[in-house]
Design a binder for this molecule. Structure first.
Ligand SMILES: [Mn+2]
Length: 408
């Protein structure tokens, strides 16, 4: 049984008899005129099938004695293939997914009709959530309108079940994340070697992303290259300014390789060395990381990590003179210290009231930001929770003041 089969089996255990689980791959989204945004697969669908093609559908049908799985993929269209490239062959889809029944999408509606009238299924379990935040119509909404316009069956929103599964990484997934981290490491070291000749933020972005592409990877998210006071804007992605000579440069980057992403932040001086003030600030953040690492073990509430950073800063930032009073902490540190990492950058998983477990992969990314000092520092590593502690998956990417100065 391959990973995808095992995962589908897990899902099938959560269904009642005469239930049908549905996950879809997403459709292509129009950008303008006849062009589309690059296809982005629904990560849950990919997690359960290994298939990365638009307009694909997975059904898991559970009746009294048997579980049946069917995957639908686009009918091969030889004319379209001349324009947009090869469609996924049916045999290959079977091999990847380990699903014996892979059928053409054109037979989906008749299959559904048969299921409803003959099996008959009583309940639908959708890989979907209620999108109440912005009320945007999602691919599943469109699918349901089209496929079930003539019947109404009770619907259960089942997305959280797959999200819970995805939060615990298998050894193979951890290897995939490590591979992405390695590409990011190479990119950062290459950058440090050539950075003397780079004068603008966009040069740094281009240099990092050049390395990603040369390693068959791509940016997992919009690369942030923020120098000087621009580093105090957390998601600054314009990356288009000349770098001031005495500036610190904050980069938040992550290559994506085979669908898994890394998410690494580093801060370094534009010149060859840090100023004394920059050095002092760097060491505060590096020490905050160590405080968080000590809590990275099964049983710690996820919330405790951020609280630990706040408690540490309340003392240390005052001691070092970066703030006057502990109640100013929120003005210089205004994001959380951790998120899950995996198929998505801000990966799925339950965030509220979560207890850290073995197999979680999280980021640890303290920072602080003081505009009047033209200072923004964030340092981020990717951490695997093990049975009794943690493994820092990105420990080989240099981050300490003396190591960066020695390297350049
Ligand atoms: Mn991050």
């Amino acid at each position: 049984m391959n990973h995808y089969q095992k995962r589908r089996q897990e899902v099938s255990k959560t269904l009642e008899d005469y239930g049908c689980f549905i996950s879809i791959a997403n459709d292509l989204v129009i950008k303008s005129a006849d062009s589309h945004f690059p296809f982005e697969v629904n990560k849950n669908f990919f997690y359960l099938t290994g298939i990365n093609q638009d307009d694909s559908v997975l059904l898991i049908i559970k009746t009294k004695d048997i579980v049946k799985e069917i995957i639908f993929i686009k009918d091969i269209d030889p004319v379209m293939e001349k324009w947009v490239g090869t469609f996924l062959p049916f045999e290959e889809a079977k091999n990847i997914s380990g699903c014996a029944q892979v059928l053409p999408l054109s037979s989906l509606q008749s299959t559904l009709n048969r299921l409803i009238t003959r099996t008959p299924i009583h309940k639908l379990y959708l890989d979907h959530h209620k999108n109440e935040v912005n009320a945007q119509e999602l691919a599943m909404d469109r699918f349901m309108k089209k496929a079930f316009s003539h019947v109404s069956l009770p619907v259960v929103l089942h997305q959280h079940v797959i999200h819970q599964m995805r939060a615990i990484k298998s050894p193979e997934e951890v290897e995939a994340i490590k591979a992405a981290i390695n590409v990011t490491k190479d990119a950062f070291e290459h950058l440090l070697r050539v950075k003397k000749s780079l004068t603008h933020e966009q040069h740094i972005q281009a240099t990092l992303e050049y390395s990603f592409k040369m390693n068959s990877a791509s940016p997992g998210f919009d690369t942030i290259v923020a120098a000087h006071k621009r580093a105090t804007i957390l998601h600054y992605v314009e990356n288009n300014q000349k770098i001031e000579s005495d500036a610190l440069v904050l980069i938040d980057m992550g290559s994506k390789l085979n669908h898994y992403s890394s998410d690494i932040s580093r801060t370094f001086p534009h010149q060859q060395t840090f100023t004394p003030m920059q050095k002092k600030a760097m060491n505060v953040v590096l020490d905050a990381m160590e405080v968080v690492f000590q809590l990275c073990k099964p049983g710690t509430p996820l919330k405790a990590l951020n609280q630990a950073v706040l408690d540490f800063y309340k003392v240390r930032l005052v001691e070092e003179g970066f703030i006057n009073h502990e109640n100013e902490v929120n003005q210089v540190y205004y994001h959380g210290v951790s998120h899950f990492l995996g198929l998505d950058i801000h990966d799925v998983g339950q965030y509220d009231d979560t207890i850290i477990q073995e197999g979680h992969v999280i980021t640890v990314e303290p920072g602080f930001y003081i505009e009047s000092l033209n200072l923004g520092i964030r340092i981020e590593d990717n951490i695997l929770i093990t049975n009794n502690g943690y493994e820092n998956l990105s420990q080989d990417i240099i981050k300490r003041v003396e190591d960066i100065e020695a390297f350049v």
